[in-house]
Ligand binder design. Structure first.
Ligand code: NDP
Length: 243
């Protein structure tokens, strides 16, 4: 039987690329997001099944249990108040944690019982390198660090069920992420531009495909994928103001 995948955040960027890659492999794909016009276009092009879903809508997420889902790509996510924690609004914090963390947990919870019954399934969580190391994006990094430990812990809890858990941590990818992250046009323009060559969404889709098509004995636990021209870490000295 052909596997059915559910991809959240399928209307743009990484999610859209994952849908394209999976459809090219002949998988059935439920492509979920809020913007149905985009999903309809993607469906016309690829044959995916569009599914209108706000991952923050708990009832709609519970109803996902009615679908057979063999592979979940927990991808919907966003960043706000990046680099400016002290200026974050209540909504910036709540929307980000709810979308990136709480909703991802609820989506996984909705589809896992079916996977466990069938003794076969795969949860792919899209984390970030911002969840593995320090970045000046306090809320976003905290949300992705939560996804990192959720992935590791869930893999332990599901041991013996036949359900695989993979976390994919991209570095910088050219998507609409920074358009959503900043309202201020000047900040958006600054954040949208890097001097290096960024990853393409298809590069991350390649990683997802590698994990989900690996032989059953293989659980790809964590993939960290950076642009060649991006690194993190190191040590910096900055003279404190007023010293
Ligand atoms: P995009 O902004 O291009 O895509 C985000 C997707 O998430 C959209 O399809 C959007 O769909 C969906 N989404 C957001 N909120 C909701 C919601 N409440 N309900 C349903 N869908 C929602 O960004 P990316 O493709 O870059 O982001 C995908 C994932 O990759 C995110 O988890 C992000 O944190 C992660 N990531 C991105 C990196 C990058 O550099 N771009 C680096 C590391 C990780 P719609 O608005 O139609 O609902």
């Amino acid at each position: 039987m052909t596997d059915t995948a559910l991809v959240t955040g399928a209307s743009s960027g990484i999610g859209e690329a994952v849908v394209r890659a999976m459809r090219a492999e002949g998988m059935q794909v439920l492509a979920a997001a809020r913007r149905m016009d985009r999903l309809q276009r993607l469906s016309a092009e690829t044959g995916c099944i569009p599914l209108e879903l706000d991952v923050r809508d708990r009832d709609a997420v519970s109803a996902l249990a009615e679908h057979r889902v063999d592979i979940l790509v927990n991808n919907a996510g966003m960043g706000r108040a990046m680099g400016t924690f002290t200026e974050a609004t209540v909504d910036d914090i709540e929307r980000q944690i709810d979308t990136n963390v709480t909703a991802a947990l609820h989506v996984a919870r909705a589809v896992l019982p079916g996977m466990i019954d069938r003794q076969k399934g795969h949860i792919v969580n899209i984390g970030s390198v911002a969840g593995l190391g320090a970045v000046p994006a306090s809320i976003y990094g905290a949300s992705k660090a939560a996804i990192h430990m959720f992935s590791r812990n869930l893999r332990l809890e599901l041991h013996g069920t036949g359900v695989r858990v993979t976390e994919i941590c991209p570095g910088r990818v050219t998507t609409e992420f920074y358009q959503v992250a900043f309202d201020d046009p000047a900040k958006r323009a600054r954040a949208s531009h890097t001097d290096g060559t960024e990853l393409e969404p298809a590069d991350i889709a390649d990683g997802v495909l590698y994990a989900v098509t690996a032989p059953w004995r293989v659980n790809v636990s964590l993939l960290e994928i950076f642009p060649t021209e991006q690194t993190y870490g190191g040590a910096q000295f900055v003279r404190a103001k007023g010293k």
